[in-house]
Design a protein around this ligand. Structure first.
Ligand SMILES: CCCCCCCCCC(=O)SCCNC(=O)CCNC(=O)[C@H](O)C(C)(C)COP(=O)(O)OP(=O)(O)OC[C@H]1O[C@@H](n2cnc3c(N)ncnc32)[C@H](O)[C@@H]1OP(=O)(O)O
Length: 191
């Protein structure tokens, strides 16, 4: 993305954040049928307006901003606060949009976060152009929404095209979940 487009990028992130707020708010409300019908039409209007700006792959802003989940409407945004060649620290706050049961995060969302965080870390410090071959998550404790949590990632071993990584998600001293994964670098020419 060029420098001239940087301002547009910020504006796009604002739109994604407004969309995330919509998703979280949807999980908290009980509107009557008439208001629901009216709101549905409003959302459809927004979608139809956005469709006017459909773009070919490579020009799509959500993909350009994919890193750290920030520019993607479904991924969970996180901050990588410290990164060395073998380790990473970060923070993440889940919203009501990520709830499974009351005030705790859906397990699938946690797995998605690990895939994204570990994949980004492998891409930066392991081997670029790798894909997840396996990802195992242990849910040690429930994970709260609306609370800043700590993430770690580390590269444990690189063997040929294989990068083995582990990660944790913690609420203070409480480990919420742990992950171990294998990422395999694609062979040349593989899409
Ligand atoms: C800047 C960008 C930031 C991006 C962040 C986002 C990250 C998101 C990452 C993803 O979500 S990727 C999408 C989910 N993953 C996939 O769709 C992968 C689907 N599977 C494949 O494409 C292929 O199976 C794969 C590329 C993983 C491996 O195929 P290859 O043909 O390249 O490898 P091959 O099967 O020859 O195996 C190579 C080595 O890996 C090992 N291996 C492969 N899959 C394995 C597996 N599942 N478990 C254990 N070992 C595995 C295999 O045994 C072998 O070990 P050795 O070299 O020691 O013989």
């Amino acid at each position: 993305m060029t420098e001239a487009q940087a301002y547009d990028t910020d504006v796009f992130v604002d739109m994604i954040e407004a969309f995330r707020d919509l998703q979280a708010t949807l999980c908290l409300v009980a509107p009557p049928p008439e208001a629901t019908t009216e709101l549905t039409a409003t959302i459809e209007d927004v979608t139809n307006r956005l469709k006017e700006f459909e773009a070919p792959e490579g020009d799509r802003v959500a993909r350009e901003l994919g890193l750290r989940g920030i520019g993607h409407p479904v991924l969970v945004p996180y901050q990588a606060t410290d990164m060395s060649d073998t380790g990473m620290l970060g923070s993440v706050t889940f919203s009501y949009a990520h709830m499974g049961s009351t005030n705790t995060v859906h397990g699938g969302v946690i797995t998605m976060l690990f895939d994204d965080v570990l994949g980004m870390f492998v891409s930066r410090k392991g081997q670029p152009n790798s894909r997840t071959a396996f990802l195992k998550v242990n849910y040690r404790n429930t994970t709260p929404v609306n609370r800043e949590l700590r993430m770690t990632a580390s590269i444990d071993k690189i063997e040929g095209r294989k990068t083995f990584v582990t990660g944790t998600l913690s609420d203070g001293d409480i480990v919420c979940a742990e992950a171990e994964a294998l990422f395999v670098q694609l062979l040349p020419g593989r899409p």
